[in-house]
Ligand binder design. Sequence first.
Ligand code: FAD
Length: 511
Amino acid sequence: MLIHENYSLRHYNTFGIDVSARWFIEYADDEDLSRLLRDEYFSHCKSIHIGKGSNLLFLKNYDGIVLHSGIGGMKVREEGDDIFLRVGAGILWDDVVIFVLKQGWSGPENLSFIPGEVGAAAVQNIGAYASEVKDFIHSVEVMDKYTGHGYAFAASECNYEYRYSRFKEDNSPFIITHVVFRFSRNQGRCVTDYGRLYDDLPDCPTPLDVREAVIRLRRSKIPDPSELGNAGSFFMNPVVSPQQFVEIQSRFKDIPYYSLGEQYKIPAGWLIEQCGFKGFRQGDAGVYERQALVLVNHGKATGADIARLAERIVEKVQSRFAIRLTPEVKYISAVAGPLVPKIFSEETDLQTFSFRLVIRRSDTPLRLREHFRISLREGLLVVLCSPDTCFEERAIQWQLQTILRNVLRDEAKRLLPVRLSMLAERHGFIYEDSKVNSARTRWGSCSGRKVINLSCFLLLLPEHLIDYILLHELCHTKEMNHGTGFWRLLDEVTNGSAHRLRKELKMKGMQ
Ligand SMILES: Cc1cc2nc3c(=O)[nH]c(=O)nc-3n(C[C@H](O)[C@H](O)[C@H](O)COP(=O)(O)OP(=O)(O)OC[C@H]3O[C@@H](n4cnc5c(N)ncnc54)[C@H](O)[C@@H]3O)c2cc1C
């Protein structure tokens, strides 16, 4: 296991943003990972898992643990014409493509040259040229980062959709350790009837021909991140209803689209180009001159510079086409832990939803072996410390953290279930049960059985954000994933403020 403190992430994000991680930890295998998850310090720190950072935008230094998989290895099992390939999450996806095609097997050729690792490929459901990785995934092996338990999900249990899976959920507890792919020994017909791919191929192309054509096309459209920082397509292609499509088509006759059953997918790059952004530059943040869907770092752009440009694009596209673009790239903000003071001292004065915490040093000694005396009365939590308390000691800080957490938990148990039930009744939601926990990395979750779990740290948020989280979890009783249906519902019950509240919450630290 490799552990680095204050580690530069410049080579772990393809935008080339100059940020660092408080801790960067690369584990080598399942055992390493399991040991890490049981570590006392780790379990109390905010953490994120990254691959090669080719779909990430770091907004600031990350004041927590950045985890990276060093799990390698590819193992082949054959069953008739099917090849099952079990691959470590830390292997590069394109190395899998090369390996498969070199064996004379077929399948992943259209997904050639997509940057990133195998674990992330299964998170993102990467796709290109009418092909998606989910079509080749047999199962995904994971470890739960809170319990350390391992599971294997069949592909059908991964909730795969366009650039989406259950692992992409903000509060997913799963770290992918291995992916098992299923490829075919027989070379079936390659999928070549997509965009310009067909024009660039010989008759009856082999999978290797397709790979080469794909690489040529990709090089002509997307800059090499080692020369010009970028994360590929910055936005997802929006999917609109037939009514919306007809309305837009009546105004823009030449609008390109792909039919998806009843709905229509519109290339986000076209929408951005129509708004005049192709080749646009705002400081060192820019839009690529050959493909408007790609945002680039011309040198010294910060994550915030790129995010500001993205926001400008979203607003312009929204006002021109009434379509709201959603970033495909994941923004990583950087606060460690949810709003809890890092250091407690006599200066601590913390207002929570239900009480105010102050810490005082007693003038007279407390009872023998008594370090703190706690009283919570009329919304004031006073922690009285013995006169000789040394706030620099780790043990003292640890005990004060524990006191705050215990009071928050008691208060949350008293207040949150009542509030949840009131909101459920007001908006017509039904849930099975609610529980309060001390999770530091997610505000809440809703299980398939409609049991809602809420973090006691919610009480550190202002009232309107607490309600937003409760409504968010209640919406999951009807819409399990974060698809368009979910956001529509959440927007309805928050008077059209879902996206604004989500953004406000992100600034508070937890996902
Ligand atoms: C030049 C360029 C071209 C691109 N072209 C395409 C394209 O054609 N199609 C496409 O779909 N994408 C494309 N992308 C986007 C990107 O390559 C993919 O999203 C890729 O899967 C990200 O892999 P990564 O290893 O860099 O993951 P990261 O960007 O580091 O992480 C992506 C997500 O996966 C999570 N994650 C990473 N590893 C694990 C793990 N082991 N367990 C759990 N979660 C994990 C992270 O937390 C994050 O949410 C492109 C990017 C670039 C820079």
